[in-house]
Design a binder for this molecule. Structure first.
Ligand SMILES: Nc1ncnc2c1ncn2[C@@H]1O[C@H](COP(=O)(O)OP(=O)(O)OP(=O)(O)O)[C@@H](O)[C@H]1O
Length: 211
């Protein structure tokens, strides 16, 4: 699924994260690490949102640097604390993302309904609670046909019922399209819900593959 090639991310003189030539096979991964360990740095780098030394390859040969347009169509990312233009409605954001990602017409409807967003999706985002905002950002990451979906702290802010719906979305996409996932979280992995998940750990500014 992903291959890191001499990956190094510095913020100025601070060496924030190193990944030696690690291969991450197809599947779903739980990314762990204490506060400030580099989880968001890693996910934003994989998403092509941060510059770094070295390279990241998707499916063996699609480089985040050399094939940026193709790569970014295949990798989607939901931020831990998403910020959207307040004057746009949720539906306008969905339309923008759906177009950029080449999503099938109407793909969003099943997600809007299952996450019970119908009552507010046509309202300006500035009126959303943090949970409503988070659900919108999760939905946007599922639009189109990405091969890899990166979710930074997807468990924060949303209520227990919505979390079960998110797990359902994840399981469906894994089963139907073989979509890969990396989820960052401070919470322990629930193996009853995600039995086949692998684990990635960031310790001492280095990413390792545990299982
Ligand atoms: N823009 C930046 N400039 C300088 N340093 C940064 C920047 N962004 C992150 N860092 C530093 O990089 C390290 C990793 O931060 P990052 O946000 O990736 O950690 P995290 O594991 O996601 O943390 P948390 O669990 O608290 O969200 C921290 O030491 C942080 O201070």
């Amino acid at each position: 699924m992903l291959q890191f090639v001499n990956f190094k991310k510095n913020y100025g003189s601070f060496a924030a994260l190193t990944v030696d030539n690690l291969q991450v096979g197809q599947g779903l991964y739980w990314l762990k690490g204490v506060n400030g360990s580099g989880k968001s740095t890693l996910l934003k780098s994989i998403a092509g949102m941060l510059s770094f030394d070295g390279d990241v390859l998707l499916n063996g040969n699609i480089s985040v640097k050399k094939d940026a347009v193709n790569y970014r169509r295949l990798v989607s990312f939901a931020e831990a604390e998403p910020l959207f233009p307040e004057f746009l409605t949720g539906r306008e954001m969905i339309k923008l993302f759906a177009k950029a990602r080449g999503a099938a017409v109407g793909q969003e409807e099943q997600y809007i309904e299952s996450m019970q967003m119908q009552s507010y999706v046509n309202r300006p985002i500035g009126s959303y609670s943090s949970g409503m905002n988070k659900k919108l950002s999760l939905l946007l990451a599922f639009l189109g046909s990405p091969k890899l979906i990166l979710l930074d702290e997807p468990l924060i802010t949303i209520d227990a019922a919505s979390l079960l719906i998110l797990y359902k979305w994840i399981n469906e996409r894994q089963e139907q399209d073989g979509t890969g996932f990396i989820l960052s979280s401070h919470q322990a992995l629930d193996r009853e819900i995600l039995p086949s998940a692998g684990e990635l750990l960031i310790e001492h500014q280095t990413l390792t593959h545990i299982i």
